[in-house]
Design a protein. Structure first.
Length: 390
């Protein structure tokens, strides 16, 4: 198969599409957290244990896919700007929304949780000053909650900046060309799951906290995904290799899924190797099929990608607040689940539309300022697109 000719500055409709789908799955997952038996901020009066197997599967795929895409789009962002401009862009579009989120978006979640658990009684204005005591959650009210992804992504961008700078040198380009030539051969792309599994095995005694300072397992794992995504985004031959091998990736994913999903007891470390081989094959399958079958941007993806970042920032807070409001009605668990899922989606969507139309709010959600767009021109990317790398 001959490589598909694509200009270096071309937008990636396949990545836009995958990003939107991943965020929709994330909304579904976090709604399900209210109804399964796992620990979460809020729990429905009647649980739905049947949700747990598919949610276990989603847990392994949803955020890795987002981080892999985030790494890939940094490569495209660096083609359009220098390293200094890249770092400044990430500071504006990742750090500022993170700070805004910590003080504005996340506290209502903590307030609703405290009311639910009966550890606080009073109005929101009585609760809110506790945020400025800067005591970390759960002991206090200072947290980034679901925005951990934005925090980690910002740190990865800063830490990787020297590597990105080196890859732009003559020696760095020559090294990458040799590395890509090897990676784009045969089964080699599949072997990239090995560092992911090895990191998880070596750091398995550390629980996932998303608190950065005590979270080496998660930090290393997602950092690896970020770098692997950057490699995939930088290498055009490697991208086309994923297209060629997409059917085989799907077949291998099916075999691994059949082996790993049933409750078989595998000796250590084969369970970890099988799990992360499956995750990696699924990610490569998604990238390969999207690259092959989504060559152009549809109207709905063009619309959805602009709202993707604010949707991500809003969604969990809205789920918690809507879920809290729907705890009392005497309805069945599936009806409650459907109501929380539908109403939280609509409210989040409406809030994103509001932010989109308020110029001073747009930067708080990582959205670029509105500029006049000439007829036929490509609209300005959102922060979960190639321009921001989120």
């Amino acid at each position: 198969m001959n490589p598909i000719p694509r200009p270096a500055t071309e937008r990636r409709p396949d990545l836009d599409w995958l990003r939107v789908v991943a965020i929709l799955l994330l909304h579904l997952f976090h709604t399900g957290m209210m109804f399964n038996s796992w620990d979460w901020h809020l729990k429905a009066p009647e649980l739905l244990p049947v949700l747990e197997p598919p949610m276990e599967f989603l847990h392994h795929v949803r955020m890795p896919l987002l981080m892999l895409i985030s790494g890939a789009v940094t490569a495209m962002a660096l083609r359009r700007r220098g390293l200094g401009a890249f770092v400044w862009d990430r500071t504006k579009r990742l750090l500022w929304p993170l700070v805004f989120g910590i003080f504005v978006i996340v506290p209502p979640q903590i307030y609703a949780e405290r009311l639910f658990r009966g550890t606080f009684h009073g109005g929101y204005l009585d609760f809110y000053p506790s945020v400025f005591q800067f005591v970390s959650y759960p002991a206090g009210s200072f947290s980034w909650h679901h925005l951990w992804f934005v925090a980690y992504l910002f740190i990865y961008c800063l830490l990787a900046a020297p590597l990105f700078a080196w890859l732009e040198t003559a020696r760095g380009r020559a090294f990458f060309e040799r590395a890509e030539a090897w990676l784009a051969r045969g089964w080699n792309p599949w072997l990239l799951f090995l560092p992911l599994a090895l990191g998880r095995i070596l750091l398995r005694r550390f629980p996932e906290t998303h608190a950065l300072t005590d979270d080496p397992n998660t930090f290393v794992y997602y950092g690896q995904l970020f770098l692997l995504g950057h490699i995939l985004g930088r290498g055009s031959r490697l991208q086309e290799r994923l297209v060629v091998m997409r059917h085989r990736s799907l077949a291998i994913s099916g075999v691994l899924f059949a082996l790993m999903v049933p409750s078989f007891e595998y000796p250590f470390p084969f369970e970890h190797l099988g799990t992360y081989a499956l995750v990696w094959c699924l990610l490569l399958t998604a990238l390969g099929y999207a690259r092959a079958h989504i060559p152009t941007r549809s109207a709905w993806v063009t619309y959805a990608q602009e709202l993707a970042y604010p949707f991500y920032i809003f969604h969990q807070t809205v789920i918690v607040l809507v879920g809290f409001a729907l705890l009392r009605p005497a309805v069945g668990p599936w009806t409650r689940f459907g109501l929380v899922l539908t109403l939280s989606f609509l409210v989040t969507w409406a809030l994103c539309e509001c932010v989109k139309r308020v110029p001073w709010l747009r930067p708080c959600f990582g959205m670029a300022g509105r500029k006049p767009v000439a007829p036929g021109a490509v609209p300005t990317p959102s922060p979960l697109e190639a321009r921001s790398g989120a």
